[in-house]
Design a protein around this ligand. Structure first.
Ligand SMILES: CC(C)(COP(=O)(O)OP(=O)(O)OC[C@H]1O[C@@H](n2cnc3c(N)ncnc32)[C@H](O)[C@@H]1OP(=O)(O)O)[C@@H](O)C(=O)NCCC(=O)NCCS
Length: 250
């Protein structure tokens, strides 16, 4: 969803100023005709979590005071402000005003609700609330994607719609489509608690792996995945991989 919300920027600055410009990994930086040209270039990396290995040792770092509940129908609309707030330091949200950020958040959640990110796995998706009935402070939304090679460009979309009983037949591979925590509650184990609940439900459904995706430049997401044992997969556009494919074809 990133590219469509990220503007192309032209900055009339000197080359010396261009060299000093702080960089964001989701943009390409070029300088010509006396201007800096910044073009969106979001790059997504994929990672995989071994559910049994993750669930085996005693859980560390999860917040025990926060309560979890299933996702309710009203949450698809109600979680949009929390979603926009959680992503406010990340591309593309950091470049949007409040109203557009909310629209982008609603669109992202609707994409997931409608099945465009793969069938939504309701059992493995949760909302975190402060106290017994307190405000929502985070959520995890898991969907089902094909279980083809997860480091291929094409593995993040179903070519044919999956059967309606895909979950019961343990088809596909669960994908952590969204996890977000209120900026006032981060770093206190809410994300880890949400992941733990999702992992236990996925194991109960018979799945062994959870795939995930993160945007290069979203440091908190990358560190969180790493800290929680996700293994980085080969980048689909890796040069090494392309050379290997070319060698195989000759
Ligand atoms: C990523 C996110 C869900 C993590 O939630 P959280 O509740 O803060 O995570 P936890 O407290 O359970 O885990 C904290 C661990 O994650 C890592 N981490 C998370 N945010 C970090 C940050 N800003 N800087 C450094 N490390 C961070 C650390 O390794 C930390 O471990 P530690 O406490 O032992 O140092 C939250 O930061 C968030 O909502 N980010 C914005 C939305 C987003 O990017 N979502 C992921 C892509 S869908």
């Amino acid at each position: 969803m990133c590219d469509e919300w990220m503007p192309y920027l032209q900055l009339p600055i000197t080359f010396a100023q261009f060299r000093q410009l702080p960089r964001n990994a989701a943009y390409k930086y070029e300088y010509y005709h006396g201007r800096a040209w910044l073009s969106p270039r979001p790059r997504y990396y994929h990672a995989l979590l071994d559910l049994e290995a993750w669930a085996a040792p005693p859980l560390e770092g999860a917040n025990r005071k926060v309560k979890l509940r299933p996702v309710q129908t009203a949450d698809w609309e109600g979680l949009a402000p929390l979603f926009a707030a959680a992503f406010q330091q990340q591309q593309p949200f950091c470049g949007l005003d409040e109203e557009r950020a909310l629209t982008a958040a609603r669109q992202a959640l609707e994409h997931t609700r409608s099945g465009s990110d793969g069938p939504w796995i309701e059992q493995a998706s949760f909302v975190a609330v402060a106290g017994d009935a307190g405000p929502e402070i985070g959520a995890i939304l898991v969907t089902l994607l094909p279980d083809s090679d997860p480091s291929s460009w094409h593995s993040y979309h179903w070519e044919e719609p999956p059967p309606p009983d895909a979950l019961a037949r343990r088809r596909g591979r669960p994908h952590l489509t969204w996890i977000f925590v209120s900026p006032f509650e981060t770093g206190q184990g809410v994300g880890t608690l949400l992941l733990s609940a999702a992992v236990h439900e996925l194991l109960a459904l018979g799945y062994k792996q959870l795939a995930s995706t993160f945007l290069i430049g979203n440091d908190s997401s990358m560190l969180w995945h790493w800290r929680n044992g996700f293994q980085l997969l080969a980048y689909p556009g890796s040069w090494r991989r392309r050379f290997e494919e070319m060698e195989e074809a000759t």
